[in-house]
Design a protein around this ligand. Sequence first.
Ligand SMILES: [Fe+2]
Length: 347
Amino acid sequence: MDKSKKYSFLVVDDEFPIIKIISDILTIHHSVERIHTAPNGVEGLEIYKNNPIDFVITDILMPQMSGIDLIKKLIEYNPDAQIIVVSAFSDIDLVRDAMRNGAYDYILKPFSIEDMMTAINRIIERREFVEERKHYIKKLEAKVAETTIDLRGKYLSTLSTLVFALEARDRYTHDHSQNVSRFSIGLGKAIGLPASELSLVKEGGILHDIGKIGVPDSILLKPAGLTDDEYEVIKQHPTIGKNIVFPALKEHQISMDVVYCHHERFDGRGYPDGLKGEKIPFHARIAAIADAFDAMTSKRIYRSNRSVDEAVEEIKNCRGAHFDPELADQFIRNIDRIYQEKGDEIF
Ligand SMILES: [Fe+2]
């Protein structure tokens, strides 16, 4: 028992001599700091609610409110209420009832100083054990959370490295993920997204094409146009990507949405699910514009790049079809700022 800790007690009994005896015993216990008393359950409950009380010692047979009803109300008010009942041996059935309703211990009358001290020690030790366990669980949970964040960070940086390695094999798509991230952040800033969402948009942008790891090189790096069958294979990359990032990002819904839905089209003709309009997650609609803009303004193995003006014109033409019209308008309106976006300060 931690002798430096002090506790407050509430003694409830309709017989004043009993209150006096219990209070006197409590006074000589080293851990007792304050003693409240009440002549019945109604007053006892009021005192309990209005004072920081650690333990209650109550009689069972009392006028107005029985000890059993008091226990029920105390437990209802505070499920962790610590209660000892004091009762005559002839009322042993009531003692059982009290224990069933939440009392921790009981003392039978007539009791000795030693009986009372033992019961007080027992309830204090139990309280300290419960608190120590709570503290231990809290520490453990914090440690687990810390480790999870650490692992998630390591997993994310591994995934990002994979993306960069994937892009490094194709000189035409290097920096694509970073550009999609930058332009998504630029558009996100233009429409006033909070920093918490911008960081997830950035993460989603970096990882959006990670599923291409599962697409054979013969298709991914093919210099000519793709056959229908090959295009079907390419179309699996959002699903593959979602499966890859899920262990790390399952709590980052926005990033998951970007990875899985960046090829959905506003008119419902996109993939993988053919979602339409606002059924497409909002942040994936942002990434779709950023993705198309970077694809248009970058050289590809099978075609040369377009100018920023040409790409903007194409986005304008595709508003409402490929792209969310309002986001497309915002993108066009803020293109200078978006094109200059670095995104470095996000994370
Ligand atoms: Fe993609």
